[in-house]
Design a binder for this molecule. Sequence first.
Ligand code: NAI
Ligand code: AKG
Length: 318
Amino acid sequence: MKILVTPTSFLKPENAAAKAKLEAFADEVVYNDLGRPLQAEEILERLDGVDGYVAGLDYITADVLEKAPASLKVISRYGAGVDRVDMPAATAKGIKVTNTPGTNSVAVCELAFTLMLCAARNVPKLHAAVEKGEWPRSQGVELRGKTLGIVGMGAIGKNLATRAKAFGMTVNAYDPYFDEAFAKEYGIGKLSLDEVLTTSDFISLHVPLNDSTRHMIDASKIAEMKDGAIIINTARGGIIDEQAAADAVKNGKLGGLGLDAFEQEPLIDSPLKGLDNVIFTPHTGAHTAEAVSGMGSMAVDNVIAVLSGEDCPYVLNK
Ligand SMILES: NC(=O)C1=CN([C@@H]2O[C@H](COP(=O)(O)OP(=O)(O)OC[C@H]3O[C@@H](n4cnc5c(N)ncnc54)[C@H](O)[C@@H]3O)[C@@H](O)[C@H]2O)C=CC1
Ligand SMILES: O=C(O)CCC(=O)C(=O)O
């Protein structure tokens, strides 16, 4: 068996046991030598003879899957999102795709909360000012008493909701598969998407990127939001129309943005850069010691289970 492993954080010490397990199972394990997610051509150059592929945030397009060798049986996503895997093409080729749901939900929720607090108090700007020898006594807002609107109340959205309640926020959510029992237990309001967007001081996005969520936050949706609303996106670039969001920060409609995910990663040229109270992190929501270890061990278990012909509950395209 030959396995390709591309998430560079898989090689952190937290994954020593998972790495040893994989290396004991396989005849050959090839690691990502580029130190970043792979583009289509770069994937193909590394797929020769590969049976299992533990995949980071690589762009696994239909073209890659059509040209993939017949040996490839499983793509084991190291993480929750599968938007960068062309699922119909994988299914057509008989390649199973798995993911690691829930392994990084606390890590991402804590980053979303961090971005929300940083935007509320303008922390990055204050830090930069103090570094320069300035001492601005800026004024922010408290989260207490504010309304948080969560779009997508799955693993991450639910973790965020409970923490926001502890901070004294009113929490409402939109999710087509709304979990009524959870909402009742924690006092979360069930609203439509438009109601969430028009009534919230903070809006946090936790939906997968697909055809129904692409640009779900566009200029028209932003226009209906409360003046000064702050949007947090730790889900995927592409859910927000970045040009529309940048324009809305510039003209004062939005109070700020906290972003961990972008349409083009890494973020090089972007209308979002250089704006007041737009806070970036480099798609690092899942990068805590705990989540890296959780993603690594489940991704390894998934690839081994599929290649061993065992039942794997995390196969998304049965
Ligand atoms: N920044 C990062 O490093 C990470 C980002 N993510 C992103 O966050 C997303 C959510 O992750 P989880 O909460 O773990 O997934 P999840 O599958 O537990 O939750 C997603 C929720 O979104 C809901 N949903 C689907 N379509 C919707 C729509 N059109 N409107 C509203 N709700 C909708 C689903 O019903 C589900 O409850 C992932 O798909 C991934 O893209 C996930 C992990 C790490
Ligand atoms: O950081 C990673 O490698 C994966 C995080 C992520 O975006 C996901 O779980 O979908």
